[in-house]
Design a protein around this ligand. Structure first.
Ligand code: HEM
Length: 453
């Protein structure tokens, strides 16, 4: 057990049924419920869900730091990651301990800045191919979320496999979609027996699971035997060698990592782009400021790696959009022994939900938290804030490995959109968040894209 002294007690939330506890409230509106509790109960509390299970919900940044950074070795991913594990095998997002560390070391070089610089061209070519779809049909309303899902899917496929044969490409994309839908369904139906339900989502996922494994293993074997070439993540992971043993990954490990990169990098980035476009449409002045910067810096060209630094305002817009709508809205961990964090004793085996959405709108860290204001990310203001008041990519050793990839992809996409179009809100639509694996816009987001003269 860690040695900090215990001087506070985690409050228990009153109410809820004997058997289901607060499970209904979580099903109905988990974000609204957690936000209300943050105001009325505090930054850490425990609640009952399906008997005998409990959850501890946290928005105390000192506890987040303890969980993700200072005492991270005493924590593992909680049982809530089971649906992801079912789909992703033992990839980086869900693996633990020495195996995770060795895989992380092998994968890290693939995400170094120079490697990313090399991927910018592929990103831009996908974006350029798809950008005209937004302005088709005299600025008819477009669901930006569907568009972004398509674009980010294509980008991640090219980053992983360069340009696989189009049949393989279609097969993988279809299977990945089935896997994603299944994971989201499992998040909504977290009971252990739910996966045995013979419904459409489960059947569709099962039907694709084996075929996608075979296609990816086929792509790996073709590459190993020199039949195909590519400067992509597949090649980088294939070439990676353990510094001590000189060993690389076997086919199974490679397949799990490639699937993980696809799943972790696709929907997250798509929802970030979608929410950001919505906020730009709702905030004309911010959109104009971003347009001025993009026009001046790019002069009609696409984003290249050097713009990572010079498109300063656009970066702040992206940061602020991910503050209000963090794609990974919650992280969940379990301590492997009793731990003490910021004076609270957290018992071994508890499931602690680090509620990122709440932390990002916490009035202790953010003035007028509901207001969209990119200037919050001025360097001086960042320095004044608690470090873990903002963590769209998590933190500590398990920080998102694709954070710079994602930021670059968002910058390329959003700068391209803003340079070409003025984004306008479509009135009378209900924008709703749906907290699944990521924070999805439930009914999509309809926007109009007017070609700039
Ligand atoms: C806006 C986009 C993205 C967001 C908001 C995001 C967020 C996150 C967060 C919060 C975590 C930590 C999860 C935890 O601690 O439980 C994570 C981990 C991870 N992300 Fe991302 N991510 C994004 C894009 C990407 C991309 C583009 C890739 C890869 C191409 C990627 C690959 C991964 C992987 C492999 C992990 C697990 C890392 C480890 O545990 O070692 N992510 N991401």
């Amino acid at each position: 057990m860690s040695t900090d002294s215990i001087n506070k007690k985690i409050p228990k939330l009153a109410g809820g049924g004997l058997l289901l506890g607060q499970a209904r409230k979580l099903q109905e509106d988990i974000i609204g419920f957690f936000m209300k509790n943050m105001r009325l109960v505090g930054d850490i509390y425990q609640l009952k869900i399906n008997f005998p299970l409990t959850l501890t919900v946290n928005t105390d940044t000192e506890i987040s730091k303890c969980m993700l950074v200072s005492q991270n070795k005493l924590w593992v991913k909680s049982r809530n990651y089971k649906p992801l594990k079912e789909v992703l095998g033992n990839g980086l997002l869900v693996s633990e301990g020495d195996f995770w560390l060795s895989q992380r070391r092998l994968s890290q070089p693939a995400f170094h800045r120079q490697r990313l610089a090399g991927m910018t061209e592929a990103m831009n070519s996908v974006i350029t191919e798809s950008i005209a779809d937004l302005g088709d049909n005299d600025a008819a309303p477009i669901d930006i979320h569907s568009w972004a899902m398509k674009v980010t899917m294509e980008i991640v496929m090219r980053a992983l496999f360069s340009k696989p044969d189009s049949t393989d490409n279609r097969q993988i994309s279809k299977a990945m979609k089935a896997g994603n839908t299944y994971m989201n369904w499992r998040v909504q139906h977290p009971f252990p027996f739910a996966r045995f339900f013979p419904n459409e989502v489960v059947r569709n996922y099962r039907a694709h699971k084996d075929s996608v494994d075979q296609v990816i293993i086929g792509l790996i074997e073709d590459r190993r035997s020199g039949n195909t070439h590519g400067e992509d993540l597949l090649q980088m992971l294939l070439d990676a060698r353990d510094e001590d043993t000189g060993e690389g990954m076997n086919n199974q490990q490679l397949k799990d990592e490639l699937l993980t990169l696809f799943v972790a990098g696709h929907e997250t980035t798509a929802v970030a782009i979608s929410w950001c476009c919505l906020l730009l449409a709702q905030n004309e002045q911010v959109q104009n400021n971003m347009y001025d910067e993009v026009r001046e810096q790019l002069r009609g060209a696409t984003v290249s790696f050097k713009h990572f630094a010079s498109l300063e305002y656009s970066r702040k817009v992206i940061d602020e959009a991910m503050r209000l709508y963090p794609p990974a809205w919650i992280l969940s961990r379990t301590p492997t022994e009793d731990v003490v964090c910021n004076g609270y004793e957290i018992p071994k085996g508890s499931v602690v939900e680090n509620f990122i959405y709440g932390i990002h709108r916490h009035p202790d860290h953010w003035r007028d938290p509901e207001i969209f204001d990119p200037n919050r990310f001025d360097k001086s203001k960042i320095a004044e804030r608690a470090k873990y008041a903002y963590m769209p990519f998590g933190g500590g050793p398990r920080l998102c490995i694709g954070n710079n990839f994602a930021l670059l992809e968002m910058l390329c996409t959003l700068a391209c959109i803003v340079q070409r179009y003025r984004i306008e809100m479509v009135k009378d639509q209900q924008i709703e968040m749906q907290p699944l694996v990521t924070l999805v816009p439930k009914n999509g987001i309809l926007l109009r894209f007017h070609e700039r003269k």
